[in-house]
Write a protein of this length. Structure first.
Length: 342
């Protein structure tokens, strides 16, 4: 286990303030962000177990999207309430804790809430584009994942790392570091992961569940996406474009549309400095996922901010409503040229 002296100064500073608000509350609301990844689901469930350890009532709502089938063995998954943010009553809660959500639309895209809310909001995040929409904001971009931040908070709060908590924290860290290969992975990240695997020695099954959960429809989408790739500026920019008509023609459901996985696979071509997977999930909504292996040259969070999104330097995303497919594609090509001098 890492020593308290190694804990991020920002986390040390904010931990007492966050804990004070938690102690005041009786009923606390948590959520998963749209198209949830394991860091989103794992952090929400780990926090739920920690809050319950403190004697609080904690509710995790599913949010906008279905939980992927590969997460079926996350401890506490069956306790997630299948509701969106706009389907709950804030009057039932004293406190809202927003986890792993860089902006308000990551709380919900169906009916994006306006902050401040009628109850106190605590934002805990690791995305550098998070400008702080809560009453209390803990944003620590140096951490590999939201689950790493929670590990450090739990250490300061003297939370007992049960197997349920450790399992959720480990899988969030493992996936958000790209299996420990992304640049935000440090010796501290590996030290934390090592400690968690002491508590969860059978973690291999969780990884297998996630990495072997694709569907035939996802493979169809993946094939369409990869076959659509275009390159620009002497191959420095590569874009995959999948319009709504292609998805409708093949009857591909929303749960099988994963632009992030397409973008991550595109990133494996070293000649492509910036890669973007664009997919039109319905007639009015377009998702973008961008990646780079050279974040020191191509900060893709800045590119995604140009279309209302955000994220990390090496991985970022956006959702655009009300624009045509052609408009969005043209916009990112123009902005990429300007930002990176292509």
């Amino acid at each position: 286990m890492n020593e308290p002296s190694e804990i991020s100064p920002i986390i040390k500073e904010k931990a007492p303030e966050i804990l004070a608000e938690i102690k005041k509350a009786k009923s606390i609301l948590l959520h998963c962000h749209p198209s949830p990844d394991p860091d989103s689901v794992g952090s929400a469930l780990a926090m739920k177990f920690a809050l319950e350890q403190m004697g609080k009532k904690a509710t995790v709502i599913r949010g906008d999207s279905e939980i992927p089938r590969g997460y079926k063995n996350f401890p506490g998954l069956n306790e997630i309430v299948p509701k969106r943010f706009d389907e709950i009553s804030l009057g039932d809660y004293d406190l809202f804790v927003s986890l792993d959500s860089a902006n308000e639309s990551q709380v919900s895209r169906y009916d994006t809430p306006k902050f401040p809310l009628k109850i106190i909001t605590i934002v805990i995040d690791h995305h550098p584009t998070n400008k702080g929409y809560g009453d209390i904001n803990l944003v620590e971009p140096s951490c590999s994942s939201l689950c790493q931040i929670l590990y450090e908070l739990f250490e300061l709060w003297k939370i007992n790392l049960t197997k349920e908590i450790a399992t959720n924290l480990f899988i969030g860290i493992y996936t958000d570091t790209g299996s420990f290969k992304y640049q935000q992975t440090t010796h501290k990240t590996l030290s934390i992961a090592a400690h968690l695997t002491e508590i969860v020695p059978d973690y291999h099954g969780l990884i297998a569940d996630i990495e072997n959960s694709n569907t035939p429809k996802f493979m169809t989408y993946d094939g369409i996406a990869l076959s659509s790739i275009e390159t620009f500026f002497n191959d420095k920019l590569a874009i995959s474009c999948v319009p709504w008509e292609s998805l409708k023609d093949k009857n591909i459901p929303e749960n099988d549309i994963r632009a992030s996985e397409v973008a991550s696979f595109m990133r494996t071509v070293p000649e492509w400095g910036v890669v973007i997977a664009i997919v039109q999930t319905n007639t009015s909504c377009i998702r973008l996922s961008s990646r780079t292996v050279h974040p020191e040259i191509y900060d893709v969070s800045k590119l995604m901010e140009c279309v209302g999104g955000g994220g990390h330097k090496a991985a970022a995303a956006a959702v655009v409503n009300g624009k045509s497919f052609g408009e969005v594609k043209e916009l990112v090509v123009v902005r990429a040229k300007e930002l990176y001098n292509l």
